[in-house]
Design a protein around this ligand. Structure first.
Ligand code: NAD
Length: 494
């Protein structure tokens, strides 16, 4: 069985005293071991990043951009190979894996054009003979900690901007599907990135805590579940670092009585069951307003029967397995528990049989769900769609605004005024109007509110430039020596 090693200072290394299993979720068979980094190995990675920092920081912006132009070319050229790696360790179907990579490429494109956003400001003559200009300088070594569900895109959300801004990085990807991060690091190297600028360490809390506690790491970007995001935010900020920690989600899709019902049902099925519901922007709650509920539930139910669930490498499959056996069983427990909580299980996917030992579960639809039920309150992160019935638009907004998660939401309506009011009223970071998964393009930034993001910067796009740089403001005067004089007063520009 092959060992997946760390990538430190341009080389694959591992003492591999501790390791973890990497499965193929479609077969349930372990296919690799992944090395779990010791404190010493993470410190080596941080030292490599620190050593590479002065050289990379001094590298011209146009030379930095060259790396990203080459990287984009390589990612496009090898998209199929990378998608196959994703599918074999994550389980998502190949077309979905290719979609993830193409969204990650948007972050590389953004980084290639970063010279524009790294411009400072200049004010001439703020006082007689005095000018002021501002600079954006890198923060230093950045720690990047990523979840299992987007093993290419989420690392690229972080490392593309961080590196383009002149920082160096230690990336700790998910131990469940770690190969894609190593593939990416090698591609960066092939694109001309100097050794030590991007390092990858695998592992668990030991690796993460070493990053969070290192005085050399100046900023931490995290994406994962809410409890871990909160603890990362608290520990890293207590250590004086900048932190952005993106957490979990419970995304509501509101369907107004005037919506195109067929279109809304298509969107709900796609966004709830795509990638087996393991997307932080998956729709997990359908909010049926007024008398739309019965028809909507029936429209969704009728579409579910046709979904093809199977090995992600099979071109006919639309949905693959879940990430682990334990996660599959936990997801199933929400469906089996829902009836006892008073909800109506319309479609029970947990009873669907699959050949082999893969971590598959069927798709489920649960109606008459209410806050206070576990199926509503918890992030399930699987192919389970709940339906909450409400009387009015106001009740729909109140429901969503009372939820502790606030990553994404959507409204389906034909009424522009209702859509505009929703955009105004809703306390959620990303909003879709007749768009069920409103993940912003790479030129905007991504982030939720409340328990879906700890910190004040959204990730990738323009806000990442703010997060990965420090401002410096320089006030300049070139006096004639004859004008020199002593003045103990506070300098005034008037
Ligand atoms: P997770 O929180 O279990 O793990 C995320 C990362 O943290 C991994 O690298 C993991 O090794 C590490 N980690 C786990 N436990 C830790 C601990 N006790 N101390 C330190 N580090 C620890 O998340 P996951 O299961 O890999 O990913 C799914 C979660 O990520 C879902 O909740 C999903 O909503 C969320 N997610 C959020 C976004 C977003 O943008 N808001 C995007 C993708 C995924």
């Amino acid at each position: 069985m092959s060992l997946i090693r760390h990538f430190i200072n341009g080389r694959e290394v591992a003492d591999a005293e501790r390791t973890g299993p990497v499965f193929n979720p479609a077969t349930g068979v372990q296919q690799h071991e992944v090395a779990f980094a010791s404190v010493g190995e993470v410190e080596q990675a941080i030292a490599a990043a620190s050593a590479a920092l002065p050289g990379w920081r001094a590298t011209g912006l146009i030379r930095r951009a060259d790396v990203f132009f080459k990287l984009r070319h390589l990612l496009v050229e090898r998209q199929g190979e990378l998608a196959a790696i994703l599918t074999s360790e994550h389980g998502k179907v190949l077309s979905d894996a290719a979609g993830e990579i193409s969204r990650g490429i948007e972050n590389v494109e953004f980084a290639a054009g970063l010279v524009h956003l790294l411009k400072g400001e200049h004010s001439e003559q703020v006082a007689r003979g005095v000018d002021v200009h501002s600079l954006k300088q890198p923060v230093g070594v950045v720690g990047a900690i990523t979840p299992f569900n987007f093993p290419v895109m989420v690392p690229l959300w972080m490392v593309a901007s961080a590196i383009a801004c002149g920082n160096t990085v230690v990336l700790k990807p998910s131990e469940k599907d770690p190969s894609a991060a190593i593939f990416l690091a090698k591609l960066f190297q092939e694109a001309g990135l100097p050794d030590g600028v991007l390092n990858v360490v695998h592992g668990d809390k030991v690796a993460v805590d070493t990053i969070l506690d290192s005085p050399e790491v100046r900023a931490v970007s995290f994406v994962g579940s809410t409890p871990i995001a909160k603890s990362i935010y608290e520990r890293a900020s207590a250590n004086g670092k900048r932190v952005q920690a993106l957490g979990g989600a419970k995304n509501h899709m509101v369907v107004m009585p005037d919506a195109d019902l067929e279109g809304a049902a298509d969107a709900a099925v796609s966004a709830a069951y795509g990638s087996a519901g393991e997307r932080c922007m998956a729709v997990s709650v359908l909010v049926a307003v007024g008398d739309v509920a019965d028809d909507l539930v029936e429209a969704v139910r009728s579409r579910m029967r046709a979904l093809k669930i199977g090995d992600g490498t099979d071109a006919a499959s639309e949905m693959g397995p879940l990430i682990t056996r334990e996660h599959r069983d936990k997801v199933a427990s929400y469906v089996t528990g829902a009836a006892a909580e008073g909800a109506t299980v319309v479609v029970d996917g947990t009873t669907q049989q699959f050949d082999g030992d893969g971590f598959f579960v069927g798709v489920s639809l649960v109606d008459h769900v209410k806050p206070g039920m576990k199926v509503y309150d918890d992030e399930i992160f699987g192919p389970v769609l709940s339906v909450v019935r409400v009387e009015s638009y106001e009740e729909a907004v109140a429901l969503i605004n009372a939820n502790s998660f606030a990553n994404g939401t959507a409204i389906f309506t034909r009424d522009g005024g209702t859509a505009r009011q929703f955009e105004f009223d809703i306390e959620v970071g990303m909003v879709g109007v007749n768009v069920p998964i409103p993940v912003p393009i790479g030129a905007y930034s991504f982030g939720g509110w409340k328990n879906s993001l700890f910190g004040d910067s959204h990730i990738y796009g323009p806000e990442s430039v703010h997060f990965y740089t420090r401002s410096k403001v320089v006030t300049t005067r070139w006096p004639n020596p004859s004008e020199s004089q002593i003045n103990l007063g506070f300098p005034s520009n008037h």
